[in-house]
Write a protein that binds this ligand. Structure first.
Ligand SMILES: Cc1cc2nc3c(=O)[nH]c(=O)nc-3n(C[C@H](O)[C@H](O)[C@H](O)COP(=O)(O)OP(=O)(O)OC[C@H]3O[C@@H](n4cnc5c(N)ncnc54)[C@H](O)[C@@H]3O)c2cc1C
Length: 460
């Protein structure tokens, strides 16, 4: 490469989540010499599978894939990880305002007024999202206004009723790990557009929650890492600094064996965007590039799993899917293994609900969540054989989940700074993807895009 000095690698990738692994794999497939440096002692980042033994597992982070997520489906095929459908036979439950309403199909029995209101909300959110190009939301009609208001403001301005507003808030706490008052309306519309529409975003059958990965989602990440040359993924090596000089980039960090240094022609930083600010860049990033991390912040999401000897709710005619405002676990799903050799319920607590759990001791958290499960599925749900929690905000190398969110003003300010290369530094991470941002699929797309940017230089 013209002007380059001697380096150890064509590119070093920071982060072995799906975006970093996809970047490294694309570069390796194209014949480039690449290394991945990862802070944790495992690959997968916000995807982590916990083995329960006896053929059962739980996905502590990313879990599902949907038909519009072609890149993650292709990666699962490449690494021979099978898919199976999310269990969806029976009735879902809606638990709002102290009233339990089991329902079949997609329409809960909430009365005609709230039902019409929900229809109106879906229609206008869908229409508004169609006017936003997720590749450049800052150019949407009314972008400045939409980025100046929150989702809560928008709901109030359009006079939506209590039921529709509550339902969207519950769904939003799991989708973004944030409250409607915390996120920019432009960000919300861009996210919906990036997902392929509201139905793709929220639905189980035919939507983003359609399939689970056989053996857990982390198996795909492990397959990706194993396809790289031996020794190219370096675990427990958090990057502290990135220095760009004429012709090369030098990365330094403190690993388990002391200080290390690597030199590459280019670097791909594949982190949730707010975590970029933990790395010292020399020279400092331009204000545009720094904007990619400064205004955004991580959502807050906790997953709680209760493990039973069987999925007993199925016998009672329930899918295990519920929306509730009566407990911190706003959304529940059946995540039992495909052979139903045991029963597993997961509850998602996002935004304020996650903060409620954070400020409660371990016994209290368990009581609150299991109380919520028992309210939905009966007393048997209060007595599981096993219990696992994962608070993503407490994870040092994620600092939250499921995604980084844009509070009002952040998107108009950062604009393309989130992913525009800064000299020899390229940016990946699901947040930088135009399509399927926030999902494993978006992470893979972002890594492949960043690798293509690097290859455009290395092959010129
Ligand atoms: C609870 C939860 C549920 C989710 N559910 C789904 C779902 O069902 N379906 C779906 O598609 N998506 C889901 N997601 C989102 C999905 O997991 C993410 O979009 C995706 O995994 C992000 O990948 P990434 O590579 O962009 O980032 P990450 O996975 O965050 O990878 C970044 C990596 O960088 C490492 N790192 C951080 N700082 C440094 C440093 N200084 N030096 C070196 N390494 C560093 C981290 O350890 C991490 O491994 C969920 C996420 C969570 C948390």
């Amino acid at each position: 490469m013209a002007g380059d000095i001697s380096t150890d690698y064509d590119a070093v990738v920071v982060g072995a989540g799906f975006s970093g692994l996809a970047a490294a794999l694309s570069l390796h497939d194209a014949g480039a010499k690449v290394a991945v440096v990862e802070a944790r002692d495992r690959v997968g980042g916000r995807v982590e599978t916990h083995d329960l033994g006896g053929g059962a597992w739980i996905d502590l982070g990313g879990t599902w894939a949907g038909p519009m997520q072609e890149r993650v489906l292709a990666m699962a095929r490449r690494f021979d990880v099978g898919l199976f459908e999310q269990y969806a036979e029976g009735k879902n439950v809606l638990d709002l305002g102290g009233k339990l309403r089991p329902y079949s199909g997609t329409i809960p029995r909430v009365g005609l007024g709230p039902l019409l209101d929900m229809g109106r909300l879906q229609l206008s959110l869908g229409r508004a999202a169609k006017r936003v190009d997720p590749d450049q939301p800052w150019n949407a009609p009314n972008a400045e206004y939409l980025d100046a208001i929150t989702l809560a403001d928008w709901l109030r301005n359009h006079h939506y009723g209590e039921v529709a507003t509550a339902l969207l808030a519950i769904a939003g706490r799991t989708t973004w790990g944030a409250e409607p008052r915390e996120i920019s309306m432009l960000y919300v519309l861009s996210y919906i557009a990036s997902s392929g529409g509201l139905a793709a975003l929220l639905d189980t059958e035919g939507g983003n929650q359609h399939w689970r990965f056989q053996g857990g989602a982390a198996r795909v990440a492990e397959g990706m890492a194993a396809a790289l040359p031996d020794g190219s993924v370096r675990l427990e090596q958090p990057v502290d600094s990135i220095t760009t000089e004429a012709g090369a980039v030098t990365l330094t960090g403190q690993g388990s064996d002391g200080t290390w240094e690597l030199r590459a022609s280019r670097v791909i930083v594949a982190l949730p965007s707010p975590l970029r600010s933990r790395i010292t860049f020399n020279p400092s990033l331009s204000p545009t590039a720094a904007a990619g991390s400064s205004g955004w912040r991580m959502g807050n999401l906790t997953k709680c799993f209760a493990i039973y000897d069987e999925p007993f709710w199925r016998k009672d005619g329930f899918t295990g899917e519920a929306l509730t405002d009566a407990a911190p676990n706003g959304l529940t799903f059946d995540v039992s293994p495909p052979d139903a050799s045991c029963g597993i319920l997961v509850g998602f607590a996002g935004g304020d609900d996650a903060r409620t759990l954070e400020s409660t001791d371990a016994a209290g958290r368990r009581e609150l969540v299991l109380g919520g499960f028992a309210r939905l599925y009966g007393e048997r749900a209060a007595k599981p054989e096993g219990w696992v929690e994962r608070a993503w905000a407490a994870q040092e190398w994620s600092a939250g989940g499921p995604v980084a969110v844009a509070p009002p003003g952040a998107l108009m300010f950062s604009q393309n700074g989130l992913r525009e290369p800064a000299d020899r530094i390229h940016w990946a991470g699901t947040e930088t993807s135009a399509l399927r941002a926030g999902f494993i699929d978006g992470a893979i797309r972002s890594g492949e895009r960043a690798a293509a940017e690097v290859l455009a230089f290395t092959q010129s």
